[in-house]
Design a protein around this ligand. Sequence first.
Ligand code: NAP
Length: 469
Amino acid sequence: MSADEDPGPPSPPPRLRVAVVGAGPAGIYTAEALTRQQEVPVAVDLIDRLPTPFGLVRHGIAPDHPKMRAIRDTLHRALDHPAVRFVGNVEIGRDLSCRELHAAVDAVVYTYGAALDRQLGIPGEELPGSLAATALVAWYTGHPDADRATVEAALARARSVVVVGVGNVALDVARVLARTPAELESTDMPQHVLDALAAAPVERVTVLGRRGPAQATFTTQELRELGELAEADVLVEPADLELDAAAEERVAADRVASRNLAVLRDWAAHAAQPGRATVTLRFFARPVRLLGEDRVTGVEVERTVVDADGRASGTGETTVLPADLVVRSVGYRGGELPELPLDPGRGTVPNDLGRVLRGGGPSPGEYVAGWIKRGPTGVVGTNKHDARETVATLLADVAAGVVRPGGSGDDDLVAALRANGADPVLLEDWRAIDAAEVALGATRGRARTTLHEWESLLAAVKEAAARVR
Ligand code: NAP
């Protein structure tokens, strides 16, 4: 170029193309952290196997917790950012392999959560009438993959319910099952879910903790809510609240445990009221066998003792609790994605500050955030900090030159997916689903009703597209 030739404006720096796999809170917070940093321009594809965003905010947080569910409005801001593209209805491992995805972008952040249930590993667990909490929660939040027939058949006989586990999911399940139809009427549950819950003959719900109240993992606000049910009384065995010195010490050192104990002690004086349902919290009680021939009829429960380190062991003293429905709510675990390493014991992808480890070494360009990174713990907001940590790791790799913005070329991911026969649902399509749910809810005076079936979700997209044409 000669000295007087105009070089024109400098070309913009290449964008860092990032695919985020999983549009739940961890994925959305990852997209947000990427768009908020100033170090490198980005383009983010936020991929989800469902045609809807929000993950467990949509299909985990209980529908009778509308204030908690309203976090989706905040999360939506990240989806609306011009550098973020929602790409739903695309399953990595089916529509595109991890390797193909990795080749199409500069970096991939896996945030697909921990969708699988943990097993109890006791006889009778597979009997009809024994459900994982994940199955029940998927059903009552209208997840399109929920096994409606199995859950509805189990609920139709559910007079006595035993919920195993004393975490927040167990309380969600116990509370939803003990609610009256009027208490659930304004939620966004699909109408057939509301109908099945209204028809379920639930009279007794017993929640079992294998350790003591000092070790329960539920939080106080969620616990208190059990005491506010319209037509159910909450009961606790006073003897379960007598703590040994080690448990007293633990409670004194842990604000949540100490508040929980105060709430439980208030309830210890309660007695069942005639004509009302009961929710009983039992501690030092672990299930050893589900009873029944062709379906669950009861749970054999063994009394436990908890040692100074908080470990439970059986005493050999057993009782039988009648049960038509058993819900095991003993935690989630992450599943395997083909070509991505998984620690099967922890149900997480091995990582260092979010950088995926393969064969013990870092794999630049591959990252994790959320439950698949750290395990199924914490509240929605915990994922914000977690996502920021992962994005900081990714940016450090960019600064170190191991991840190169623009290195993957310009090929459009959505075009590649369509060429592979996938049918991606983009943001405007999700808006059509959103509008259809709001319109369906309005027919019964509700803010929204969740569309439960794949067909209805995708039909909402097609109908909106046909109207535009
Ligand atoms: P969690 O808090 O880990 O609770 C799991 C429960 O299962 C524990 O009580 C555990 O007892 C018990 N358990 C595990 N294995 C068992 C076995 N073999 N036999 C009997 N009991 C067993 O998990 P989660 O309730 O699924 O909740 C997951 C995460 O989501 C948590 O961080 C939770 O706080 C969060 N969440 C929050 C909300 C909310 O904020 N409202 C609502 C739902 C979920 P041990 O402690 O003895 O292992």
